[in-house]
Write a protein that binds this ligand. Structure first.
Ligand code: CP
Length: 379
């Protein structure tokens, strides 16, 4: 996560009445101490952002996955809520449609006891001509600790991070990146692999990704999910193959840590551990790059016949929303190997981890609040 100067005193900003919030490093394992740029600097007054997977590095990714483990446990409690961010305010600023990401971030923030402001561009004064900068500065003036930003323009969350002192999380910007989607996807893969091996999650780090063969299939050109996921899996040592018609690949793959590109889905399916399907983004004009959606589906859709080519242990993933009958057949989406809803469930815990690591007070030396149910600290 990236750092900028922060006028908020970290000694008082995070714990609030809860008074038991640990720094991110107190929650994780040894990975925390070696975390991404900015980690460990919070006690020196640094506010961090999550704008790109690229800024995390292997240790940063591992730290987030390990902190997420604790929040998965919180989610299994009768009252899945902790006081960690009591007194903090999180704004979800979405200039593009969303179901999963928005609700998941809002659920995450509420489970951390933060106050949540939900800002929709469509019902705001942006429609009267107010600029994004004036909008963001206006909302920030109300006293905001974090902005979760989705925007159709690549770079918009980074711009917001320059305009305000609050932490900023990129919740998807144009074709650029969707870091928390990649993190929840990695979390889900690790969780399944650990379970199959009979290991406790505590005992499984990111080494499980080394050599993992992953096919990312479909509309790579328009996919911020693909960009973030390729960066994450590439950093973790997975062997990623992009499978798409040439027209739905980016103009250049320079800087993409992929092993190769294929146009033959049947051949690739026989060789992979994970088949990750991308949505055909017709709203971004993907249809114009294809002879027809029907032909695309016939050539690149994961039909039941194609799914039968996968190894018995292979996983099927999709970030959602799914175009059933286009990139994934109805019956394939329902197979036990399909992790689509598990990805969504894990998204809440991963986003709790991200918000906690950005906003949880640093250096208190206290036990992390996530170990304590709401109420045990006088909520
Ligand atoms: N995966 C994803 O970003 O879904 P939403 O657009 O519904 O948030």
């Amino acid at each position: 996560m990236t750092g900028t100067s922060d006028p908020v005193d970290p000694a008082t900003a995070g714990g609030g009445a809860g008074g038991a919030v640990g720094a991110a490093g107190e929650v994780g394992t040894g990975a925390a101490a070696r975390a991404a740029p900015g980690a460990g600097e919070a006690s020196k007054g640094q506010r961090r952002h999550l704008l790109s997977v690229a800024e995390l590095g292997v240790d940063g990714i591992e730290e987030i996955l390990r902190v997420s483990d604790a929040f998965v446990e919180v989610g299994q409690r009768a009252i899945p809520k902790v006081p960690s961010l009591r007194g903090r305010t999180v704004v979800t600023l979405f200039a593009e449609q969303s179901t999963r990401t928005r609700l998941s971030f809002e659920t995450a923030a509420k489970r951390l006891s933060a106050d949540v402001l939900s800002f929709s561009v469509d019902t705001s004064s942006v429609k009267k001509g107010e600029s994004l900068r004036d909008t963001v500065e206006t909302v920030a003036a109300m006293g905001v600790d974090a902005f979760v930003v989705r925007h159709p323009c690549a770079g918009a969350p980074a711009a917001v991070a320059r305009w305000v002192d609050a932490a900023v999380v990129n919740a998807g910007d144009g074709w650029h990146e969707h870091p928390t989607q990649a993190l929840l996807d990695c979390y889900t893969i690790r969780e399944v692999l650990a379970g199959r091996a009979g290991h406790r999650l505590d005992d499984v780090g990111v080494e499980c990704f080394a050599g993992l063969r992953v096919a990312i299939v479909g509309d790579v050109r328009h996919s911020r999910v693909a960009r973030s996921l390729v960066l994450a899996l590439g950093a973790l040592g997975s062997v990623v193959t992009l499978v798409a018609p040439g027209t739905l690949l980016p103009p250049s793959l320079e800087g993409w840590p992929v092993a190769g590109v294929s146009h033959d889905l049947d051949a690739v399916l026989r060789e992979v551990d994970v088949c990750y399907l991308l949505r055909l983004q017709t709203e971004r004009g993907a249809g114009a790059f294809l002879p027809s959606v029907r032909e695309y589906s016939a050539t690149f859709g994961l039909t039941a016949r194609r799914a039968a080519l996968l190894d018995d242990a292979a996983l099927v993933m999709h970030p959602g929303p799914m175009n059933r009958g286009v990139e994934i057949a109805d019956d394939v989406a329902e197979l036990p190997r399909s992790l689509v809803l598990r990805q969504v469930s894990n998204g809440v815990a991963v986003r709790m981890a991200v918000l906690f690591m950005l906003l949880g007070s640093a250096g208190s030396g206290a036990a992390p609040a996530l170990a304590q149910p709401l109420g045990s600290v006088g909520a």
